[in-house]
Design a protein around this ligand. Structure first.
Ligand SMILES: [Mg+2]
Length: 230
């Protein structure tokens, strides 16, 4: 395999977002969604709001897209309000020596996250990884023909390959979300499933056929490199 290009997801891949950050973002999203439903005279109790947020996330890959599509909200406004977390630094939970571990990988690294730019940049700085990634691709940058196309959009992944001028087989997507790995595999990329930060029992699920390597942590990437190259 020629030198790979590593595409890293951010939340629950490079750090434990389920610990405190996702709960904080979910609260902010609920506040936003509830206010909007209330203003429009729609049912807005907690169960409705939670179900809506989760449904959009599952259907589209981001809650934001559902809010834009079905409620005509302004994407930038929604992203800003829901990801503005003052105490981010104290909420970050990541593995020790992450930078050293990632530096052991041959080839360059690109961040590919469905999170907004400001949040992703701040988090990468907190993690000490910001200088080691060639590019940080956030949700605002994932567009095809002017439309937002975040992961798991195959259209966007193909566009990314064309822009980077690389063959899909050279790219490795490292992720916790299976739908995104499935899309990456469909366009010809290699796939690594990171399981340790998943809040449910997904770690017990066996490796799906579109996952090349299943590991608990990005720590195990270097050790599994040969399996990816095979
Ligand atoms: Mg993730």
């Amino acid at each position: 395999m020629p030198t790979p290009i590593w595409l890293f997801d951010l939340d629950n891949t490079l750090h434990n977002a389920s610990h405190a950050i996702f709960p904080a973002i979910n609260v902010k999203m609920n506040v936003f969604i509830q206010r909007l439903l209330e203003q429009r005279g729609l049912p807005s109790d907690e169960a409705v709001v939670n179900a809506l947020r989760f449904d959009y996330w599952q259907r589209y890959g981001t809650t934001m897209q559902g809010m834009v599509k079905h409620h005509q909200v302004n994407a930038a406004e929604f992203l800003h309000e829901t990801h503005a977390i003052d105490e981010l630094a104290s909420m970050v939970r990541a593995e020790r020596g992450l930078l050293r571990l990632l530096r052991r990988l041959p080839g360059h690294k690109i961040l590919l996250t469905n999170a907004p730019r400001r949040y992703a940049h701040e988090l990468m700085r907190q993690l000490g990884l910001h200088r080691d990634f060639r590019r940080q691709i956030s949700v605002e940058m994932m567009r095809v023909h002017g439309h937002m196309r975040p992961k798991p959009s195959r259209q966007f992944l193909r566009k990314l390959l064309a822009r980077e001028r690389v063959r899909a087989s050279r790219c490795v997507l490292v992720e916790d979300t299976l739908a995104n790995l499935k899309a990456a595999k469909a366009v010809g990329m290699r796939t690594v499933w990171i399981t340790q930060f998943l809040p449910n029992q997904s770690t017990l699920v066996s490796r799906p056929s579109y996952v090349d390597v299943k590991v608990k942590s990005v720590r195990r990437l270097a050790g599994n490199f040969r399996r990816l190259s095979a």
